[in-house]
Design a protein around this ligand. Sequence first.
Ligand code: AP5
Length: 212
Amino acid sequence: MGLCQARLPKTAKPLKPELQEKLKSQVIVFVIGGPGSGKGVQCERLAAKYDFQHLGMGNLLREEAGRPTGQGRQIKDIMMKGALVPLGFVLDLLNANLLKSEEAKGFLIDGFPRELNQAKEFENVVGRPPNIVIVLDCSTETMIQRLLLRGQTGTRADDNEATVRQRLETHYSLCEPVVAYYQQKNLLRNILGEEPEDAIFTKCCSVIDSLL
Ligand code: AP5
């Protein structure tokens, strides 16, 4: 990193109490799972059905990575290595988008949290946990196959074999404490992500219906 490049923040900015208050009454659903488990596809469909706002952490970060700035380049480098962007930056970005869409009926947040610190810091800063956490469980083989297939279309620069391997490694090394944390809070809903999209969608809908 160059000397003049600002570091990406490791800690998140606090939210004003009135902003915490605004988010208190919103439905917040986290959708987590390995790379290629189908988080994005399912969240898009769920958002359309329930009139929720879909916030894909990867999509938001790709927008930031596309900026022709030192910060944009740092984010792009991290994403191409399949590593995690620093917590403070991710949470500030998420909060800014939650507050931007505060009129939404609810939020589907895909790809967050990816490590226990993100889960805990969200609660510290936003002042509440999510209403529910959906986990899409998928085998490594299925995830690799899907990502490499999409890689052939050139849609995503990080769908190459080396980055996919890193994304999986990052996922497996950090996901267990997150899952255990929400399990303990009785917020976790596991859904098998191996089935056809429609079957998974029906199961995700049952989870959301249980909240409304
Ligand atoms: P992100 O963009 O979130 O990538 P990812 O989680 O690694 O993987 P995908 O988004 O590709 O998986 P997905 O589960 O959404 O599957 P999708 O629906 O797309 O993150 C990218 C990077 O950003 C990270 O590596 C990290 O660097 C950074 N980042 C993101 N969040 C962060 C955070 N919280 N903290 C720090 N850094 C963060 O589907 C994949 C493919 O499979 C598609 O082609 C789809 O059509 C297909 N498919 C989906 N479902 C099915 C099905 N049921 N049957 C057959 N094919 C299916």
